[in-house]
Write a protein that binds this ligand. Sequence first.
Ligand code: HSE
Length: 385
Amino acid sequence: MIKMAVMGFGVVGSGTVELFYKNRQKIEKSAGSELDIKYILDIRKFPDSPFADKIIDNVDLIVNDDEVKVVAETMGGVEPAYTFTKRCLENGKSVVTSNKELVAEKGAELLELARQKNVNYFFEASVGGAIPIIRPLHRCLAANDITEVYGILNGTTNFILTRMFEDGMAFEDALALAQKLGYAEKDPTADVEGHDACRKICILASLVFGKHVYPKYVSAKGISSISKEDVEAAAALGCQIKLIGCVKRLEDGKIIPFVSPMLVPDSNPISSVSDVFNAVTVISDGADRSMFYGRGAGKLPTASAVVADMIEAAKHDRTVFSQHWEDSENGDFIADFDAYECKMMVRSNGGVQVLERAVIAEHNETVEAMKADGAEIYSAIPVLE
Ligand code: HSE
């Protein structure tokens, strides 16, 4: 019998416990051993929960219990999740997480610690919710030279943009609806301003290109400035507007990671990904173009990835070395967003025009020149090719 613990009994943590007990028989068969959740850590009390007898508020009980081999961290945020994760890894427990903020900030360090301790640190649930993307990138596509990964990495903003396109809603009304339906947080800044998608593209970029990409080196713009008029202009050009997280390798070997609203032509399958769904496209030399699609957020979809990692961690008592990347002191392997090449839609008092393919720096100069000529610029949005 392998004993496990869950740290954080919020939406994802409670979904993890629920899904584990719902499908326990099948999960144990898949893991090849009997499994149970011994502790659930949370500072809140849940007297009416069917799992009330497992709930504790002292992490020491988990850290010091030799019976516990696998810990799921579903707390979110850097602290105290970072300290708790380190203590679990140091004491020889594998940790699985849905915490993208922690992986984006401390992934290299925690993966190295796991390697030293011969345990695993898994994070499938940190990007794309239920979508299998971490394991496919480092295992199923391992034979390939991957040159680009891009996609819709945030469910809340995709829901908002879908409502703006399909129902003609204004950004503020679509955001209010997302909050009413429980998709967006009360403080929606991390979703709406692109910080959540930025953390996710940092994780994918680190995994694919082998060096830790810190969020501070990544240009991230959200969707709060997207207007109904932008949506109408994009539609007239046969495009949707999507919040795209992208990382692309340039010919000089540097990579450009960024998050930006982009026009996505209707011919690109990403354009038809709507509501809270996410999708990730991977471009590589052997497999060519692969697309991964599914529910990017929510209780059971995210729990699906957490529990799968728990099974994997229970099955492997040795570190899976391939899931690892180097730390990076500086961002010298990262090129500025200014160097990204694309077309650009510019909307001004003179109408809508699409600037020919050029680097962002050149587009910015064109826009500045238009302003100097007296044009009023309403928006300038890159086009995904
Ligand atoms: N707030 C995130 C989203 C949750 O909307 O995608 C999943 O990471």
